[in-house]
Design a protein around this ligand. Structure first.
Ligand code: HEM
Length: 150
């Protein structure tokens, strides 16, 4: 059925595309802002983006496993590219949950207390993880598409 695959691919586009925009477009564009404005703006952006990602981290495995069971006829028929996608997918999901609960939570707390340099430190941590997830997401999506031809 086309619906689970469409939802799966849309989720990948939103997740990977959103991280690309954040890392390669918004980050350099906001470089000249003063620190308090920058960290506040990042929280406003990430709060909205992360709400979408919470939906995606449920949708992506759910549609993925649905396709494995109902379309591929189980794990025995899943190619190596799907096994790799699964491992990398779960790594991305765990990293996202950690970023949301730990550095992002602490960044918001620091901003409330007006400790902007500390908030900036957590922002750097988030940036590093976003780069890792952006790299993994780009590899996974490419591998998913070219995997059947390898
Ligand atoms: C978390 C566990 C995941 C599972 C179990 C899973 C499973 C699958 C399966 C079964 C397919 C269909 C493959 C086929 O019919 O040949 C697929 C396609 C795809 N997956 Fe995943 N996936 C997961 C995570 C991800 C993640 C995290 C991304 C990217 C952010 C991703 C991106 C894609 C893309 C772009 C396709 C479409 C490939 C194409 O047909 O061109 N997947 N996935």
């Amino acid at each position: 059925m086309a619906t689970p695959l469409s939802m799966h691919v849309m989720a990948a586009i939103i997740w990977v595309g959103g991280m690309f925009l954040a890392y390669w477009v918004l980050r350099p564009a906001m470089e000249s802002l003063d620190l308090p404005t920058k960290v506040r703006l990042w929280v406003a952006i990430l709060e909205r983006f992360f709400s979408w990602i919470w939906v995606i981290v449920f949708l992506q495995p759910a549609t993925g496993y649905w396709m494995i069971v109902h379309e591929l006829g189980g794990f025995k028929n899943a190619g190596t590219h799907i096994i790799i996608m699964q491992i990398m997918g779960w790594t991305m999901i765990i990293l996202f949950i950690w970023v949301y609960l730990v550095p992002f939570g602490k960044m918001k707390k620091m901003i409330k207390e007006e400790l902007y340099p500390e908030a900036g430190m957590y922002m750097l941590k988030i940036r590093r993880i976003v780069l890792i997830n952006l790299t993994l997401g780009s590899i996974v999506s490419t591998l998913a598409a070219v995997g059947p031809f390898l």
